[in-house]
Design a protein around this ligand. Structure first.
Ligand code: GH3
Ligand code: MG
Ligand code: MG
Ligand code: MG
Length: 313
């Protein structure tokens, strides 16, 4: 495995990470019974900025997978006592690991093996001996595509904030964590006031721009730990961990005063200003996630009834 590292190329890649502030190219799990090869690969990938973990057999790989998340698995086929094919079965059965990126790195050059692995869900198949630069480029591509796909599946296409599916999933987790740590958590429903009028008077495209503009203002005025999502047409939700109801009300009121004072979107002819109404629900003992959503929604309707452009807890 003596492969000269291309220093120039590496420098380019390193400065790319810094410029784009991509934290790490990825966390890899190397599954191979050949300890020499594992240490060689670990060292090389680390030079390229990857975090690397090793497993010497399928059983150890399974343990590590339950322990922490990985961006990609590099899998050997010929291993003892279980072959790499056992890994495919294991991954397929667990919905959280079904789509884990995987590249087979094997000495087997049979067409049958290659096809079988690709059909079982491998993203790529590289035969030994290999050139490290080529392997790294393939690993990099597979991880980038997986990240791209993930961000598309969890984000709202118009505004770029999280979508409802992701929010619902995250709400369950965050509630569990708050209950376990005995901490407060609050949820805000935000609904634009008289939004239909913008669509009716200026067209759907202007309406879309307003939604994008509001999403931007919300995102930049919330804390990094707050979870913002577009929940419906002109409805956004914000989940605020470690935040009590009154604090959450202050946060959303502050955001509302920013929204009130700014132009959320503009065309050559028009500048759009909006307000919103918001309802807050603080989690209470025994409350389900559905009830929390319902309460925030009810409070939001109360805000509409009381004249809009306000926050009710
Ligand atoms: P209220 O203050 O009571 O909330 O009044 P409203 O007009 O905001 O509420 P209503 O529910 O009557 O109207 C919401 C409108 O949002 C209707 C729908 O056409 C529009 N809408 C929903 N999704 C989108 C979208 O993606 N783009 C645009 N431009 N409009 C959307
Ligand atoms: Mg082997
Ligand atoms: Mg609405
Ligand atoms: Mg509305």
């Amino acid at each position: 495995y003596e492969i000269a590292r291309n220093q120039a190329d590496l420098t380019v890649r390193e400065s790319l990470w810094e410029r784009e502030s991509i934290a790490k190219p990825g966390r890899l799990l190397l599954i191979d019974d050949d300890s020499l090869l594992r240490s060689y690969l670990a060292e090389q990938f680390q030079v390229y900025g990857y975090e690397v973990d090793e497993a010497e057999d399928v059983a150890e790989a399974k343990r590590k997978l339950y322990d922490q998340p990985y961006d990609l698995l590099l899998l050997d086929l010929m291993m003892y006592p279980q072959s790499g094919y056992e890994m495919f079965k294991f991954l397929k059965e667990d919905p959280t690991m079904r789509w884990l990126p995987l590249i087979v790195l094997s000495g087997r050059e049979d067409l049958k093996d290659k096809v079988r692995c690709l059909r079982s869900g491998a993203d790529d198949y590289v035969t030994k001996p290999f050139q490290f630069e080529e392997l790294e480029a393939r690993v990099y591509n597979v991880i980038s595509r997986a990240r791209q796909f993930e961000s598309m599946a969890f984000r709202d296409g118009l505004t770029g904030v999280f979508n409802r599916r992701y929010f619902d999933h995250q709400l369950l987790l965050e509630l569990e964590w708050s209950i376990r740590d005995d901490e407060a958590i609050s949820l805000a429903f935000i609904d634009i006031d008289n939004f239909k009028a913008i669509n009716d008077s200026y067209g759907h495209q202007s309406g879309d721009m307003v939604l994008q503009g509001l999403a931007k203002i919300l995102q930049s005025n919330l804390r990094p730990t707050d979870l913002l999502a577009r929940y419906g047409g002109e409805e956004f939700v914000v989940l605020m961990p470690r935040t009590e109801g009154d604090q959450a009300k202050l946060v959303i009121e502050r955001v509302l005063s920013v929204v009130r004072s700014e132009t959320v979107a503009s065309t050559t002819e028009n500048q759009f200003r909006i307000t919103f109404s918001s309802g807050i629900a603080e989690w209470r003992l025994g409350m389900s996630h559905a009830e929390m959503l319902r309460r925030a929604d009810e409070a939001m309707y109360q805000a509409k009834l009381e004249g809009r452009n306000r926050v009710i807890c």
